[in-house]
Design a protein around this ligand. Structure first.
Ligand code: 5GP
Ligand code: MN
Ligand code: MN
Length: 324
C-alpha cells in the first residue's frame, strides 16, 4: 500500500511541473523543513516551483532555504494561480490557509503528511501515519525516486526529525527515525549545530513570554490538567512573534502527574488557539478534532471562537470529562 502511494507520488512529480509547494499555517520545524526539502528535490529533478506559506516563514528556519525564495502569502502574493500543488505536513485542506486562493480551478494536489487525522484531501495522497515527521516520508520518497541525498536536503530532513520528535525524545522516536537521523549525520549533517539553533536558542521575547506565561500556570482535576495562557497584550508587550510561543505548552505538560497540558493563545478576531499535549492516557487528537482541529494522539491543536477566559473555562471542563 505504502509502496503504491510512493509510486503515485513519484508519477505526480515526474508528470507535472510548475508546482506550488505549501505547508500548514504557522509552520513549525517539520513544516518548514518539508517545504524546503520538496524544493531541493524538485530542483534536482529540473522542475520549476514556487514555495509559499500563508504567513511569514520564521527567520529561524530560513537557513534551510539556501537560495530558494519563499513567498509570504499575506504580503507578496503570486499574481496567478497554479495547477499542480504539493502540500506538506497538512492534515486537512484547512491547514493550508489562505494560500488556497492560488490554487487553479482544476488544480491537482499531492498531499504528503504523517498526521493520523489526515483526511486524504489530495488527488494523490502520500501519508504514513507512523512516521514521526513529514520529512521522514520525504526521505522515503527521495530514496524511492533515487534522488541524491545532498547536503541541503539532508539538513531539512534532520531538522524536521529533530523538531517533531522534540529532540529525539517523544514517543514517535522509532528505531527508523534514529536510523534515518544517523544516516544524515553520516552524510555530514552537524546535528549539534541544528539542535542548538532549533531547540536551545531563545529570543528575548520568547524567554520574556515564558516568564509571563508561567505566572498564569493553573491546575484542575487533581492536578491531572495544567495550562498556561498568553494574551494578545502580553505578545504585543514583548514584541513576540508566533514562533516565540513554541514550547510554552511543554511547561504544563512536563509537571509530574499531569495527564494533559494545554496552552491558550489569544488571537485577533476573538479567536483562541489551543495546543494540547498528552502524557498518553488521553487521545488529544480526537479531542481536538471535536473542536475542528486535529493532530496526533499526544500532540494536537485547534482554534476556537470566544473570549480567552470563557474558552479556558469551557475547554478545561470538557477536558476534565475526557480525563474520565
Ligand atoms: P501545536 O499545538 O504545536 O500547534 O500543534 C500540535 C500538533 O497538532 C501538530 O501536529 C499540528 O499539526 C496539530 N495541529 C495544531 N493545530 C491544529 C489545527 O488547528 N488543525 C489540525 N488539523 N491540526 C492541528
Ligand atoms: Mn507541523
Ligand atoms: Mn509534522
Amino acid at each position: 500500500e505504502y509502496e503504491i502511494q510512493l509510486e503515485a507520488a513519484k508519477r505526480f512529480i515526474v508528470e507535472h511541473d510548475d508546482f506550488l509547494v505549501v505547508a500548514h499555517v504557522q509552520p513549525d520545524g517539520d513544516a518548514a523543513g518539508s517545504t524546503f526539502a520538496v524544493g531541493w528535490m524538485l530542483r534536482q529533478l529540473g522542475k520549476t516551483y514556487t514555495l509559499i506559506n500563508e504567513g511569514r516563514m520564521p527567520e529561524k528556519f530560513m537557513f534551510m532555504a539556501g537560495d530558494q525564495p519563499i513567498m509570504n502569502g499575506m504580503a507578496n502574493t503570486p499574481d496567478r494561480t497554479f495547477s499542480s500543488i504539493i502540500s506538506v505536513d497538512c492534515a486537512d485542506h484547512e491547514r493550508i490557509g489562505a494560500v488556497r486562493a492560488f490554487f487553479g480551478e482544476h488544480a491537482l494536489l499531492l498531499n504528503i503528511d504523517h498526521h493520523a487525522t489526515n483526511d486524504r484531501f489530495g488527488q494523490v495522497n502520500l501519508v504514513r501515519e507512523d512516521a514521526a515527521a513529514t520529512v521522514e516520508v520525504l526521505f522515503d520518497l527521495a530514496v524511492h525516486m533515487n534522488l541524491t541525498l545532498e547536503h541541503s536536503l539532508n539538513v531539512c530532513i534532520y531538522s524536521g526529525l529533530l523538531t517533531d520528535t522534540g529532540g529525539f525524545r517523544y514517543a514517535n522516536t522509532t528505531p527508523k527515525v534514529m536510523q534515518t537521523a544517523a544516516e544524515m549525520l553520516r552524510l555530514g549533517v552537524k546535528g549539534h549545530e541544528l539542535a542548538e539553533r532549533l531547540l536551545e536558542k531563545m529570543t528575548v521575547p520568547q524567554i520574556s513570554l515564558i516568564k509571563q506565561s508561567l505566572s498564569t500556570l493553573s491546575f484542575a482535576y487533581n492536578q491531572k490538567l495544567a495550562w498556561v495562557s498568553v494574551t494578545l497584550e502580553d505578545a504585543a508587550r514583548f514584541g513576540a512573534a508566533g514562533e516565540d510561543m513554541d514550547g510554552l505548552v511543554n511547561y504544563p505538560r512536563n509537571v509530574e502527574g499531569v495527564e494533559v497540558g494545554m496552552l491558550f493563545k489569544e488571537r485577533e478576531n476573538g479567536q483562541v488557539k489551543i495546543s494540547f499535549r498528552s502524557a498518553g492516557s488521553v487521545d488529544v487528537a480526537r479531542f481536538a478534532k471535536t473542536m475542528g482541529g486535529g493532530g496526533h494522539v499526544r500532540a494536537a491543536g485547534c482554534t476556537v471562537s470566544g473570549k480567552l477566559g470563557e474558552v479556558i473555562e469551557r475547554v478545561v471542563k470538557e477536558m476534565g470529562q475526557a480525563l474520565g
